[in-house]
Design a protein around this ligand. Structure first.
Ligand SMILES: NC(=O)c1ccc[n+]([C@@H]2O[C@H](COP(=O)([O-])OP(=O)(O)OC[C@H]3O[C@@H](n4cnc5c(N)ncnc54)[C@H](OP(=O)(O)O)[C@@H]3O)[C@@H](O)[C@H]2O)c1
Length: 341
């Protein structure tokens, strides 16, 4: 399967390292993954016979200096349009307007290329449109890593509980705010906790979307749209961040509870409400055990009742593992549906 990688930062590089490390397992699956192009913000590395991944990683680490197959100024969009491939893996930064990922994904679909992405931006802006384009062009569109990185959410929903009904979802989807709240529960002020989160690499200097609950709300939009096949937008989520969470933490301590920035999707009769806000969590609720950079989801099903999944988050390698899993799913499906010669 010919693959194009768009976005070669933390997750993109981890993805290639993972593929090199797990090469024997992938070989045994006979997927024949061939990366024919890899694009970053300044150009594209191209080899239609398949790039040497360790060589590509080495050249990227020195800014492509001396690399004769890296074409400076050859954009990702042009690479998607001009280079023959089966799958586009989209790993550019998540933005408010969804670009550049939105154009990359739409272009891939019109050319009947499958898409795997970890990029929330395009799905928040145009979920229904992208889903419909994938269906119309008969291609796969997988995005496991967009919500809570490697916590298995969409793969779980697509293969288990098929005749069941989701009544409510509660999640901890933002590692930065969870880290800050845990630091505040140890007695730090909001500002000190935020500084610690930045120092530890959990928060970026541009932290507003995290602490104001917007990043978590984006994940709520993607998850709710997937579950209910709906077209919610960011404005449909009631959002409260954690800048003024201190009094709630004091009260929670008094009541022997924990505080979490809780993402909630609630279905009542035919109404669906979406919310992100700091909430007190009793200690017997498994969500209270999700600390620092870890993430989790709790589904309430009509028949299966409560299902809780959590994962420790340590590095982009885990996100890359979720992306690789989606790639493998696309490749295996192609292998199964390919007509014998
Ligand atoms: N980090 C995680 O563990 C994690 C978890 C879940 C989801 N995600 C999502 O996964 C995506 C990738 O995350 P990341 O941490 O790898 O981000 P990152 O380190 O910032 O890397 C982004 C990559 O995209 C490239 N890029 C930017 N604009 C581009 C354009 N117009 N055309 C082609 N490439 C372009 C950048 O190029 P340069 O190298 O030239 O700068 C860089 O290689 C994001 O959407 C993020 O929200 C990440």
């Amino acid at each position: 399967m010919k693959v194009q990688l768009i976005g070669f930062g933390n997750v993109g590089k981890s993805l290639l390292e993972l593929i090199l490390d797990e090469y024997p397992k992938l070989e045994a699956m006979k997927l024949n993954l061939k990366f024919v192009s890899i694009s970053d913000s300044k150009g594209t590395a191209v080899d239609e016979e398949g790039l040497d991944l360790s060589n590509v990683l080495k050249y990227k680490s020195v800014g492509w200096s001396g690399c004769d197959y890296y074409l400076k100024g050859y954009s990702a969009l042009d690479a998607i349009k001009c280079i023959d491939s089966d799958l586009v893996v989209e790993l550019t930064p998540s933005t408010n307007n969804g670009e550049p990922g939105l154009s990359h994904i739409k272009t891939a679909f019109t050319l009947k290329k499958h898409v795997v992405t970890a990029n929330k931006g395009p799905l928040v802006v145009a979920f229904k449109q992208l889903k419909n384009m994938a269906i119309e062009n008969n291609v796969d569109f997988l995005y496991e890593a967009t919500v809570a990185a490697h916590v298995p959410i969409f793969c779980l929903l697509s293969s288990c509980f098929l005749a069941d009904e989701i009544l409510k979802v509660e999640g901890i989807f933002n590692a930065t705010t969870n880290y800050i709240i845990c630091e505040m529960e140890k007695g730090n002020s909001f500002q000190n906790a935020l500084d610690n989160a930045i120092k530890a690499g959990w928060a970026e200097t541009n932290y507003a979307d995290d602490v104001d609950g917007v990043d978590a709300a984006r994940k709520v939009v993607i998850l709710a749209n997937t579950i209910f096949d709906s077209d919610f937008k960011l404005k449909d989520v009631k959002v409260e961040g954690i800048r003024n969470v201190e009094p709630l933490i004091v009260e929670a301590k008094r009541q022997s509870k924990k505080v979490k920035l809780l993402c909630e999707i609630i279905k009542k009769d035919s109404e669906i409400s979406l919310q992100v806000s700091p909430k007190m969590i009793p200690l017997d609720d498994p969500l209270s055990t999700v600390n620092y950079g870890d993430m989790a989801v709790k589904f309430y099903f009509k028949n299966s009742q409560e299902i809780f999944v959590s994962a420790k988050f340590k590095s982009p390698r885990q996100t890359a593992q979720a992306v690789l899993n989606d790639i493998i799913k696309v490749a295996l499906k192609r292998k199964c549906t390919r007509q014998p010669a």
